[in-house]
Design a protein around this ligand. Structure first.
Ligand SMILES: Nc1nc2c(ncn2[C@@H]2O[C@H](COP(=O)(O)OP(=O)(O)OP(=O)(O)O)[C@@H](O)[C@H]2O)c(=O)[nH]1
Ligand SMILES: [K+]
Ligand SMILES: [Mg+2]
Length: 399
């Protein structure tokens, strides 16, 4: 029996099993069995080399955004409109058969947008080009799930299920469960609060299913069995997803209003070029990019050329900024001067552990500045005078 059939069989058994206190342990074990099989399914088949099917596109720019959706919801139309790169669009399904990259220029950054073939139910098990499409979406920073506003919202649930089946978790944060495998010492189970979904016995059984006999588990929130399995599997990817309802030109205003009020959702119309500003702003916000302008001493920064950093690891430190400029810079830095919303004074003297905000300006002060050694690295560029004066109003420069 193949892996997919085994998954189906266990799913059927779960559906047959009544949910109650007595069956809770058994159901938990079945969930762990499915999770293990799904992980197996993700491993490349023996003897095949990774990639090589024309789907892998080189990363470019400061971030990557994937367009995921059912066929003919308008993914290619949107790519063409936002990036200017032509991607064939037509009224029949599966017009797009491969991955087509375009570039969005936004806030002086470049964001790679990827058009992809439509996916359907069963994509996670390899239907259509599902597996390749999902692999590409896993490689991106955020996902835009494109939905047809005139069709059933069931599509959104189906796609979410398909993405979850391959370990993607949309708009969720990792569960607050500490889990550490050990060589010896048996099993220790603790929690910082009363638990309503998982108890010691259930946790033990699930670990047993994974043949883990020595481990430390600490629940820091009232997490579920699924959360626990995610933590044990350890291969989940937590991603932001924006639900983009296209074709609002063909539905009534009341329906548009309802869709627009859902969390993480944006309504658009490619035909009427409606609400692209909102979509781009939301995309920018969810990507969490931070633009930092390098300010040479006594000069204006080049406002067209920010250092762009991600906040993946919870924020962007002065240290990250320095490392981005040069990997050996850190040891020479005495302190930095920061202008912008992260600074309490103009400028504020900061150390490497200071968190920078988007649009901050940073001047690096080195330990032993030689005659001109430190400056040579930061060339002055010509800048757009309009933008400088605008910014100066916000934060007049004093050096
Ligand atoms: N009414 C309406 N039609 C649209 C809109 N955007 C796209 N379409 C139409 O929807 C059809 C499908 O568009 P595509 O861009 O090919 O859709 P796709 O999601 O890329 O489709 P596949 O590549 O086949 O998965 C085309 O006939 C488009 O003209 C819109 O905002 N409103
Ligand atoms: K199409
Ligand atoms: Mg297409």
């Amino acid at each position: 029996m193949g892996i997919i059939e085994r998954i189906k069989e266990i799913e059927a058994e779960m559906a047959r099993t009544q949910k109650n206190k007595a069956t809770e342990y058994h159901l938990g074990q079945l969930k762990a069995k499915i999770a293990k099989l799904r992980t197996q399914l993700l491993e490349p088949p023996k003897g095949s080399s990774a990639g090589g099917d024309g789907f892998e596109v080189t990363k470019f720019g400061h971030g990557r955004v994937a367009l995921i959706g059912f066929p003919s919801v308008g993914k290619s139309t949107l790519l063409t409109m936002l990036t200017g790169t032509h991607s064939e669009a037509a009224s029949y399904e599966f017009t797009t058969l491969t991955c087509i990259p375009g570039i969005i220029h936004y806030n002086d950054t470049k964001i790679q947008l990827l058009d992809l073939p439509g996916i359907i139910e069963g994509a996670s098990e390899g239907k259509g080009r599902g597996r390749q499409v999902i692999a590409v979406s896993k490689s991106s920073d955020i996902v835009l799930m494109i939905l047809d506003a005139s069709k059933s919202d069931g599509h959104r649930q189906i796609l979410t299920k398909e993405l979850e089946a391959v370990g993607l978790r949309l708009n969720k944060r990792p569960p607050r469960i500490y889990f550490k495998k050990k060589k010896v010492g048996g099993f220790s189970f603790n929690s910082t609060l009363p638990l309503t979904h998982v108890d010691e016995k259930l946790c033990y059984q699930i670990l047993h299913e994974y043949k883990i006999h020595n481990a430390e588990v600490l629940f820091r929130e009232d997490a579920t069995v699924d959360d626990l399995i995610d933590v044990i599997e350890g291969n989940r990817k937590y991603m932001k997803c924006i639900y983009v309802y296209n074709k609002i030109d063909v539905i009534g205003i009341d329906d548009v209003d309802k869709l627009a009020r859902q969390p993480n959702s944006v309504v658009i119309s490619c035909n009427l070029k409606l609400n692209f500003d909102r979509l781009l702003a939301k995309m920018w916000e969810e990507m969490g990019l931070v633009r930092v302008y390098t300010k040479p001493q006594g000069q204006q920064p080049d406002f067209t050329d920010p250092v762009v950093l991600s906040t993946d690891r919870g924020g962007c430190l002065v240290e990250d900024f320095c490392n981005h400029i040069h990997r050996n810079l850190i040891k020479d830095v005495k302190y930095v001067l920061v202008w912008g919303t992260s600074a309490r004074h103009r400028p504020q003297h900061c150390g490497l552990g200071h968190f920078l905000h988007d649009e901050d300006m940073v001047q690096i002060v080195k330990r032993k500045e030689k005659e001109d050694g430190g400056r040579g690295r930061f060339k002055s560029h010509s800048t757009d005078p309009a933008r400088i004066s605008d910014r100066e109003k916000k934060a007049p420069l004093k050096t």
